[in-house]
Write a protein that binds this ligand. Sequence first.
Ligand code: AFP
Length: 337
Amino acid sequence: MPSRISLTQFFIDEQRADRIPTDLRLLLETVARATAAIATTVSKGALADALGEAGTENVQGEAQKKLDVIANEILLGANVCDGNLAAMASEELETIYPIPTGYPRGNYLLLFDPLDGSSNIDVNVTIGTIFSVLRSPRAKDEELTEADFLQPGRGQVAAGYVTYGPSTQLVLTVGNGVHGFTLDREMGGFIQTHPFMTIPAETREYAINASNARYWEAPVQRYIAELQQGKDGSRGSDFNMRWIASMVADVHRVLTRGGIFMYPLDEKCRAKGGKLRLMYEANPMAMLVEQAGGAATTGRERILDIVPERLHQRVPVILGSSDEVERVTSYHLEPSS
Ligand code: AFP
């Protein structure tokens, strides 16, 4: 067995190398502990009465599952009192959640999708939590507004996700590569199992919801048609397709063995700007993918350069192995597109 370090040891090493300050380290440890608690509930499933509908809707008009609500409450509750945050924002909350008066305030903003892949909860397929950390632009005694969160993703100081699958894995970056950790339930903590994850530039695997094919724009139609023609077409090689319908699990596969993941702009989601949320889905995943040597665009621009206009803004997402992302992006940028 290779010798392995705990998440705490990893953070201490990063701190000693001056790559993260103490307050960011403590914040990320709190997030990790919260996700371990979510993992416990996820793994109990029906035994914890955690499956099924909550009977409520979130701000996006989507029916909430019980686990959406439970995961959101665990993350809010764990992070409210540790003194490292100025405010939080969640897919499940209409607006921002400033740290209430009476609790110490810190220097960071935490954004999260508490439970990504809700449609997979009841069928026992991998789901996850996605998070992003930004610097607060305000002094600790100043009130925050939603506008303080609207920073381009390139300003993230940390980003990560946790997959609740056959094992629970935390994948994160603080700007020095991407590191994967597996939850050891007996020891009660995360252990580094995947140091410096990298995405190969080339791939023969793609992920897209093909049932939307008739709504896609011409560059996506062209790209996917070429992949499907395989070795009989211009690409001269066969491509395989996978679609889990939990972004967190599809991106985890890309980070583990390469691939391209796409939720592009289409006629179905054009009015909303895309399907996936910029601030707590696309941005953290784009930072992780770029840190792992991959690329992430909307088809027309780098995701991390987008200046957000709204907290719950949606964007098209194309990310993964750089050769493929660059190819499909170049199709979008051709003058006829
Ligand atoms: P939830 O936010 O409801 O969990 O939706 C999951 C998701 O945003 C993302 O994780 C998937 O990639 C995508 O939706 C799946 O969308 P389709 O239902 O169109 O396959």
